[in-house]
Design a protein around this ligand. Structure first.
Ligand SMILES: C[S@@+](CC[C@H](N)C(=O)[O-])C[C@H]1O[C@@H](n2cnc3c(N)ncnc32)[C@H](O)[C@@H]1O
Length: 478
């Protein structure tokens, strides 16, 4: 692997060469067919410097050279066992041992290999999520002049170049907080969930370790982990969210909605386990090599990674906010048509949906309506009492309607009874979405003139919403 000096500024190119040497000294094999380049609009990326056939292993890591909870916890514990109690007190808060916030229930089985004085620290580390432990490790190592991974930290994006992520607009502002007002509701909900998770993680890390004060540095570390980790199964993981690994260099691959490469784990016996990046198609010289980060919509990509795709085959229109509004209040004030069609309802409809596992996540793809959405549309049109418990003296019509609804939810009927009204409610929602999208597009154009990248990302979200709304309106009015 070489770096293309012409397109990387001097020090970055030097750091990249150092990173490659560092990786090779850790047993990582890197194909001579790739180079890292600056790609307009995408930061650094990986490019083919010769023809690469499908099936070529372009990077191969011995698994102990990866940066994941298993390897970083082991590194911290090694430091403690080599340095004794002084080393432990230079890492852990003295209150961490007694901290009531440590959720004992979340601890996985202790690794039997961890014995003796480091065992209590292993227990503490195991109480953190993978994201927390990795973000802490990046935070800490970035500050250490003698870190074994300095060359890696030095080629990671700066916090400023991660500022496409809406969570950062809120956290650090820098004149961008106002962009949040232009996001569709489902995207701002996603950004808010991420912010909450970030603050929980920051608190958990501050509670456990000393010297975690610099919010900007922690934001950088947390976002690097969030946007660069790959899926890697570890038996001690509590959930798939814990299966996170950093694989320096592989993390320079940008995302495409097409599959171009795959990640493989091969096991050739003890101490011979490898994590590899393998091409799944051929590449010509100069072609960028991509990895699919998953079947993600632009809204998801923006929130988690800070970019959107000009064309994305994973499009989706999220109407959760609009439909919940109807389920809660029976539509907006002044929409007489809808008031006629949708019964006035209170939260019993939401309770009913929750009890049946259908509360929230209402989406449409270009040509299909998700089943969850169909169920919510059916619930939106029935009378409130239908969603309550059956009473002894209730009218027969209500009992029949409830059983029709339940039979649709359970899949025993096709819900044809609800179709006409569902179409009318959906049509209203989509017309509103078209109007609102036009308004937001105009406002984003007028008010975000100074930040073209963020403006264009926001614009794409509304263009996508409009396209799906139009396609469904055509289907509904056919
Ligand atoms: C795993 S890193 C990929 C390497 C990254 N470009 C860099 O310079 O380090 C993921 C980040 O790359 C950028 N990125 C990835 N795919 C992209 C794409 N298709 N278009 C624009 N930016 C992309 C986003 O900033 C994302 O958060």
């Amino acid at each position: 692997m070489t770096s293309s000096d012409s397109r990387l500024h001097g020090s970055q190119s030097e750091q990249l060469s150092k990173l490659v040497s560092e990786l090779q000294s850790r047993g990582v094999s890197i194909s001579d067919g790739i180079l890292v380049e600056q790609i307009p609009g995408r930061g650094l990326g990986v490019v083919a410097r010769r023809v690469i056939p499908a099936g070529e292993r372009i990077v191969q890591f011995p698994v102990n050279a990866l940066l994941n909870p298993r390897t970083v916890k082991a590194a911290i514990l090694r430091e403690i066992s080599d340095g004794g109690p002084d080393a432990a007190s230079s890492i852990f808060n003295s209150t961490a041992h007694t901290n009531q916030n440590v959720d004992v229930g979340r601890q996985p089985k202790l690794r039997p290999s961890v014995k003796g004085p480091t065992r209590q620290y292993a227990t503490l580390l195991d109480s953190l999520s993978s994201h927390q432990v990795l973000a802490y490790y990046l935070y800490r190592e970035k500050l250490r002049p003698n870190s074994g991974w300095t060359a890696f930290w030095n080629v990671l994006p700066t916090l400023e170049s991660l500022s496409g992520v809406p969570m950062v607009w809120d956290l650090l502002d820098r004149g961008r907080k106002r962009f949040l007002e232009y996001l569709p509701a489902s995207t701002s909900d996603h950004a808010a969930r991420m912010s909450n998770q970030f603050w929980d993680d920051f608190q958990a890390v501050k509670d456990m370790f000393i010297n975690v004060e610099d919010i900007e540095l922690f934001t950088w570390a947390w976002l690097c982990v969030n946007s660069r980790c790959l899926y890697y199964y570890m038996s001690e993981a509590r959930t798939s969210n814990d299966c996170m690994t950093l694989a320096p260099l592989v993390d320079f691959l940008n995302h495409s909605d097409e599959e171009h490469c795959s990640l493989q784990v091969s096991d050739a016996g003890p101490a011979m386990k490898f994590f590899s990046l393998v091409t799944t198609r051929a590449y010509d010289i100069g072609e960028e090599i991509y990895l699919s980060y998953g079947a993600h919509t632009n809204s998801f990509l923006l929130c988690e990674y800070g970019f959107t795709l000009a064309t994305n085959k994973n499009t989706e229109l999220d109407i959760t906010a609009e439909l919940l509004e109807i389920l809660k209040h029976g539509g907006r004030k002044g929409s007489r048509d809808r008031d006629k069609r949708v019964a006035k309802i209170e939260s019993s409809k939401l309770k009913f949906l929750e009890a049946h596992g259908y509360l929230g996540d209402y989406t449409l793809s270009v040509d299909t309506i998700s089943y969850r959405t169909e169920v919510a549309l059916a619930v939106a049109q029935v009378r409130e009492e239908v969603c309550g418990d059956q009473t002894r003296d209730e009218p027969k019509a209500r009992t029949i309607e409830r059983s029709q609804l339940k039979s649709f939810i359970s899949g025993a009927s096709n819900g044809s009874k609800f179709k006409t009204k569902s179409a009318a409610i959906l049509s209203d929602i989509l017309e509103e979405i078209l109007k609102k999208s036009d308004l937001m597009l105009a406002m984003a154009n007028d008010n975000i003139k100074d930040d073209v990248d963020n403006r264009d990302n926001i614009r794409r979200l509304y263009v996508e919403r409009k396209n799906i709304a139009c396609s469904h309106l055509q289907l509904l009015h056919r």
